[in-house]
Each structure stands twice: as C-alpha cells, then as structure tokens.
Design a protein. Structure first.
Length: 133
C-alpha cells in the first residue's frame, strides 16, 4: 500500500497530465516494485513556482516525487529502475522545461510503523494466509 506524493512547480497542470502521472506511477509501483495496484495512493500537488529554486536560482519547472513503501520489500535494482522510469515519466509529462534537479525519493518505512484501515503492514503480513505469496 504505497503512498506517492508528487509535487510539481511550474505551469498549471492539465487534468490529463495529472491523470498520466497518477496512472504511470501506479503502473510502475505494480510492475517494477510489485505493489498491489488497487492499494497504491498517488497525490499530485501543484506548488507555487516562487517557492522553488535549485542552487538558489529560480526554475521554470521542477518536481519532487516521494514514494513511501514498506522497508526491505524491494531490491536495489528494482528501486533504481523505479527512480529512472519515474524520472522519465516526469520528463514525458512535464516536458523539456523540467529542471534536471528534480528528485525521486523512495522512503522505506518499517512495516510496524505504518498501515491503513487501522492496521499496520506488519499485522497484515502476520495474518496473511500461509498460501499467499
């Protein structure tokens, strides 16, 4: 049940751009990091361009992707692929004005430190039927 927050500074995003980011990141979470697609939450937020700088200088467009996943559920190679493909998705959706210094960050949280519907991920893992993979 990952949660991904995408912050974008620059021009106003069209509804189709937001939908492309949400669908693309959800797909990457499922295909690359093996997360359950219907449980992937993606929030795309537009933030004021005036509040964003790189190296102390203003930018035309920038983004930050923060992806929260359970710790120790993915390999370094899977995470590197997710970062690379998410960066490419940002470029495809936001265009050439996107600042090179636009980050994709994976935050790994212990399973006992987060969850949904009142249950931790550790509790969900413990109570999974033994036949589940």
């Amino acid at each position: 049940m990952p949660f991904i927050n995408v912050k974008v500074a620059g021009r106003t995003l069209a509804k189709s751009q937001v939908e492309r980011l949400q669908a693309g990141i959800t797909s990457q979470m499922s295909l690359i990091l093996h997360k359950v697609g219907p449980l992937v939450g993606v929030l795309v937020e537009a933030v004021p361009l005036a509040g964003w700088s790189v190296g102390g200088h203003p930018v035309a467009c920038a983004a930050q992707v923060d992806a929260i996943i359970s710790a120790e559920t993915n390999t370094a190679e899977e995470k590197a692929r997710f970062i690379a493909e998410t960066n490419q998705l940002l470029k495809d959706v936001l265009g050439t004005a996107l600042a090179e210094v636009s980050y994709v960050v994976i935050h790994e949280v212990p399973k006992d430190s987060w969850g949904y519907d009142g249950r931790t991920q550790a509790d969900r893992a413990q109570r999974r039927p033994s036949t589940a993979s």
